[in-house]
Design a protein around this ligand. Structure first.
Ligand code: CO
Length: 161
């Protein structure tokens, strides 16, 4: 495994739509392994392939719950329920946070690293992470859809107040 560079806000690749994965080979497995290592070493809970400069529909997530490491290839949200409004950050946007309204619960259909289809359900942080990462595959950043975007110092002020 190898750590990859994380693309930062302002770079074109983050605004583009990713293509489906059609070949489930060792190149994909290396990408998934590298993305997981990159995410973990940056203390993130999710990472999408465009964030390492690859326009393919590949996501890794680990929110520290019983699901452990989650790999989503060609994911789509198939159902949503309710609403939650939480503070989000992004490894591609190290200096901004934002309040984003997301579904409280989502069901996602995806393929695993071998191409086998599965369905995963999530609420709370897992629902946020899945929606946030799938947005990346469509070129959407949380800063595009946040109700409010805050800098580190604004966030500090907010916590104090
Ligand atoms: Co992100």
């Amino acid at each position: 495994m190898a750590k990859r560079n994380i693309v930062k806000l302002g770079e074109d690749v983050l605004t583009k739509k990713s293509r489906d994965v059609t070949v489930f080979d060792d190149k994909l497995w290396t990408l998934l392994d590298d993305m997981y290592e990159t995410m973990q070493s940056a203390n993130g809970v999710g990472l999408a392939a465009p964030q390492v400069g690859i326009l393919r529909r590949v996501v890794v997530i680990d929110v520290g719950d019983e699901n452990g490491r989650i790999e989503l290839v060609n994911p789509t949200v198939t159902s949503m329920k309710g609403k939650q409004r939480e503070l989000e950050g992004c490894l591609s946007v190290p200096d901004l946070w934002g309040y984003v309204v997301r579904p409280a619960k989502v069901k996602v259909k995806a393929q695993d690293r071998y191409g086998k289809e599965f369905v995963i359900e999530g609420d709370k942080l897992l629902a946020v992470a899945m929606c946030h990462e799938i947005d990346h595959l469509n070129g959407v950043m949380f800063t595009d859809i946040a109700e409010e975007v805050l800098t580190a110092s604004q966030l500090e002020e907010r916590k104090k107040g």
